[in-house]
Design a protein around this ligand. Structure first.
Ligand code: CA
Ligand code: CA
Ligand code: CA
Ligand code: CA
Length: 353
């Protein structure tokens, strides 16, 4: 084997390993988009914490988090004796609306079976109170692994961590003196230079939390969402700003949906993470058709299935995201499985020569 080919193989293995550790099996990721005063950030939810994720999504889909505030940063134990939590570098939300009225939640759930992810920097966790949680969440800004085993970490910030860091960097104030938790260490934009008056305009407001990529808003990620995104090219609604760069919806947003949410490439009509004979068969079936969509073989959104689409499929022929089938068990593969994947990589390299 040539050294270059071997290096490529190693890179392939590294990429495959990364995929498996950060995103286990499943072709698409549930990615939440948080739109704040200070910019947008995205959180990818893990599929091996399904109880916690289902709970969170129920709040997302009901609009619970829209017009809420970042109510706390860090955990100071000044008013907790004995302290409930050790100090931790977090930003916290999901408690109150932008007039600081605490929002009523559904029944808190007890779920101790999904506390196996570590509280590493950039991870997203449910805030528990004596083992219960409902809607309150937190993002670990720095390493909080001393909380491992006590909190359910269910995702990580995949885009816009600088926005989270900006919020973390804000000065915090006791906004409602005497009320205490949760507003005693609330980060504020401090527009008046800390005159002691904490204006509502200084609160860090989360205007909306939505399922990023679900452009047709049916709470499901599929090829219809790519078609809807193409149909809304040029729109400024954040629903179509998958890349979180604002402005008008463009090719970068389609790239973000295809690659960062479906983890695949152009040509994967059935969105199983592979570009292979199945997709070619679908394209062939619709060859030279019009009013077609992604699943039919129209990968550039012009409604036609023609040589342009075939060229895109050819470019990515035999692409495989390594995530397996959508229903595959959510496990990190044994070293032996990685070796098998490596063998697959060798086969791919040989075929490309
Ligand atoms: Ca959808
Ligand atoms: Ca955009
Ligand atoms: Ca496919
Ligand atoms: Ca086309």
């Amino acid at each position: 084997m040539h050294t270059h080919a071997f290096k490529s193989l190693l890179m392939t293995c590294a990429v495959v390993a990364l995929f498996f550790t950060s995103h286990t099996a499943g072709a698409a990721v549930n990615q939440l988009r948080f739109e704040t005063d200070l910019g947008a950030f995205a959180v990818d939810l893990y599929n091996d914490t399904p109880i916690a994720v289902a709970n969170l999504l129920s709040y997302v889909d009901s609009g619970f988090y829209d017009d809420t505030v970042i109510d706390m940063k860090g955990v100071l134990n000044a008013n907790e004796s004995p302290p409930i939590f050790p100090d931790a570098d977090i930003i916290h939300g999901g408690t109150a609306d932008s007039s600081l009225t605490v929002k009523p939640t559904g029944t808190p759930i007890i779920n101790t079976t999904e506390r196996f992810h570590s509280n590493t920097p950039g991870t997203f966790a449910m805030d528990e109170f004596f083992g219960f949680y409902a809607a309150q969440w937190q993002i670990n800004v720095n390493d909080n692994s001393h909380l491992d085993g006590t909190l359910t970490v269910i995702g990580d910030v995949s885009k816009g961590m600088s926005v989270v860091d900006t919020i973390w960097g804000l000065d915090a104030y006791d906004v409602l003196p005497g009320v205490g938790d949760p507003f005693y260490n609330m980060p504020l934009e401090d527009l008046d230079g800390d005159t002691g008056t904490h204006l509502p305009s200084e609160y860090v407001v989360i205007h909306s939390v939505l399922r990023n990529g679900d452009t047709d808003e049916d709470d499901n990620l599929d090829a219809d969402d790519i078609d809807t995104l193409y149909d809304n090219a040029g729109a400024t609604d954040i629903l179509y700003d998958i890349a979180l760069d604002h402005g008008t919806s463009d090719a970068g947003d389609v790239d973000a949906l295809v690659r960062d949410i479906f983890f695949t490439e152009y040509g994967d009509g059935n969105l199983d993470g592979k570009v292979n004979p199945t997709d070619l068969a679908d394209l062939t079936l619709n060859w030279l058709g019009s009013n077609k969509g992604w699943a039919d073989g129209d990968y550039n959104g012009d409604g036609l299935v023609n040589p342009t689409d075939l060229a895109e499929l050819t470019l990515n022929w035999l692409f495989d995201n390594g995530l397996g089938a959508q229903t595959a068990p959510a496990t990190i593969p044994e070293p032996a499985s990685v070796a098998l994947l490596a063998l697959g990589g060798i086969a791919l390299l040989r075929r490309r020569r």
